[in-house]
Ligand binder design. Structure first.
Ligand code: ATP
Length: 269
């Protein structure tokens, strides 16, 4: 039996309030949200929205989060699949999954499709070694076919995430496909503070905790790392039976995360 999985469909409850520190990306998506909410306003004016947007950035910088926030704000169904899950499928299955996903999204339009790790199938097609029979290539071709097959007025938006835009097949980037790009960088200090504030919302902080200080000491942390940091600090407080999370908890959590990452880097080196 194939390990292939169908695209997940969910109703996103994520909002722009959950996204911090990436203000320019947030500005760029406001128009897209507005379009998904009231497509007729754009159609009346003859304005055509992009079909596909590429979200580019290192792991944990909020690509999936941003896609969910668009769906949540616009209140449209969110179909998602990770392209890496196509790789081990039998020939033809990946392409069939792609076809299914687009078909389902069309039935429920306006809708948002999210393809994570696009580079897993979207790498530049080699010099014909696979002769077109390669599973990955078929899947990529199906994505291209689907992107070309729906009209801008069908109100489907396809978002795809990658941290390797450099290896993508240029066919994906042509007009009418993923012709818009939103770049997410690792957060700078103020952005880290804003992200910490989002994740500390439900955490009772002791008066000695200064999130600006925490931000200053977490250079190189991604949004995902910062989320993890807040949670680790809260777990530490629970372990010590405190009723507030204090500065010491944050210190311990930070050390644990940094050590953990060093160990991992060591193992994969
Ligand atoms: P990957 O490339 O590993 O799939 P990603 O860029 O899609 O990563 P997300 O899955 O969106 O990253 O981030 C993981 C979690 O980290 C999010 O669910 C969110 O809780 C937190 N996070 C990341 N970026 C931000 C941000 N800018 N603001 C608030 N939280 C963030």
């Amino acid at each position: 039996k194939s390990r292939a999985r169908r695209a997940r469909k969910e109703t996103s409850t994520t909002t722009l309030d959950d996204v911090a520190g990436i203000e320019s990306a947030k500005r760029e998506i406001t128009e897209i949200i507005d379009f998904l909410k009231s497509p007729e306003k754009y159609r009346r004016l003859g304005a055509v929205m992009p079909k596909g947007i590429l979200l580019v950035g290192p792991p944990g910088t909020g690509k999936t989060l941003l896609a969910r926030a668009i769906a949540g704000e616009a209140d449209v169904p969110f179909f998602s699949i990770s392209a890496s899950e196509f790789i081990e499928m039998f020939v033809g299955v990946g392409a069939a999954r792609v076809r299914d996903m687009f078909q389902n999204a069309r039935k429920e339009a306006p809708a948002l499709i999210f393809i994570d790790e696009l580079d897993a199938v979207g790498r530049s097609r080699g010099a014909g070694l696979g002769g077109g029979h390669d599973e990955r290539e078929q899947t990529l071709n199906q994505i291209l076919t689907e992107m070309d097959g729906f009209e801008a007025h069908e109100n489907i938006l396809v978002l795809a995430a990658t941290n390797r835009p450099d290896v993508l097949d240029t066919a994906l980037l042509r007009p009418g496909r993923f012709d818009r790009k939103i770049t997410l960088d690792r957060p700078h200090k103020e952005a880290r503070q804003a992200i910490l504030e989002v994740h500390a919302r439900k955490v009772p902080l002791a008066p000695d905790v200064d999130l600006a200080q925490v931000a200053a000491r977490t250079t190189g942390f991604s949004g995902a790392d910062l989320k993890n940091l807040v949670n680790e600090a809260a777990l530490t407080a629970a372990r010590e039976n405190l009723d507030q999370v204090n500065e010491h908890c944050f210190e311990l959590a930070r050390d644990r995360i940094i050590l953990g990452e060093e160990r991992e880097a060591h193992l994969t080196a």
